[in-house]
Ligand binder design. Structure first.
Ligand code: HEM
Length: 219
């Protein structure tokens, strides 16, 4: 890593870097509740995506189907069982994350401030190898954008899913999406965004192993 590393997100948020305390042990970077909801969410999302692909295959929106080997459930009815079971896990866990994220001030502290200039600056720094990962206690502008964005996509995929699950009982919600058919496309687009996010997210977690360690053991 270059000695001229920058992390404009850190400067803007004004948080102090993580330093070993007197006993030599480092501060908690990811509190236990964040780690628990994060990993429960990861399991729920993977089940939702793989069973969702099997459900999609029964009535494809586009001229392609997902390979059977990467789907879950075996057939339509089996996939629906997995999808509806993991749906509750995803929704309850997601609600806990949203409530605690707002109530503890985590969203404000970790995801704000966010600006177009900051994102462009940190993207340039990342592309030239100057984006620092030394201080894991604050997210850079790209992380803030991606994490904030994926939270919004997570809310959208649940709402569009509810509106195609119960289009009669939740007709006002379905109407908000422009009807059942459009809600299906929205649901699919959100899935594609989450899969794209996951590929980048997991690659970066593996490239910066100490961030993965913090998401597992907290420090
Ligand atoms: C399954 C593999 C996954 C791995 C290995 C992984 C890894 C990580 C790591 C290491 C962090 C801390 C990142 C950092 O310091 O920048 C993190 C944070 C985060 N991850 Fe994941 N993740 C996974 C799945 C997911 C999924 C499926 C989602 C959502 C669709 C997700 C959403 C997030 C969010 C929103 C944060 C920020 C959490 C916060 O600070 O409140 N992750 N992840």
């Amino acid at each position: 890593m270059s000695s001229t590393t920058v992390n404009s997100g850190d400067e803007r948020s004004g948080m102090r870097p993580v330093a070993p305390d007197a006993s030599g042990s480092r501060k908690v970077l990811q509190p236990a509740w964040v780690r628990i909801v994060h990993w429960v969410n990861a399991v729920a999302i993977v089940i939702m995506i793989m069973s969702g692909w099997q459900i999609y295959n029964a009535s494809p929106l586009f001229p392609f189907a997902f390979p059977r080997s990467i789907t879950l459930g075996g057939w339509l009815a089996g996939a629906l069982l997995w999808h509806f079971a993991a749906m509750w896990l995803l929704m309850v866990n997601g609600l806990v994350y949203l409530v605690l994220g707002f109530a503890t001030g985590r969203f404000r502290r970790k995801l704000l401030p966010l600006s177009a200039r900051g994102v462009i600056g940190d993207t340039k720094a990342a592309l030239t190898g100057k984006l620092s990962h030394d201080d894991l206690s604050t997210y850079n502008q790209i992380q803030k954008l991606l994490y904030g964005g994926i939270i919004v996509v997570g809310i959208l995929i649940v709402l569009s899913g509810l509106s195609i699950w119960k289009p009669v009982q939740l007709q006002y919600l379905t109407a908000l999406f422009g009807g059942y058919d459009i809600a299906r496309y929205v649901h699919f687009a959100c899935m594609a965004l989450i899969v794209g996010f996951l590929i980048v997210h997991v690659a970066l977690a593996l490239l910066v192993p100490k961030s993965l360690r913090a998401m597992i053991i907290g420090r």
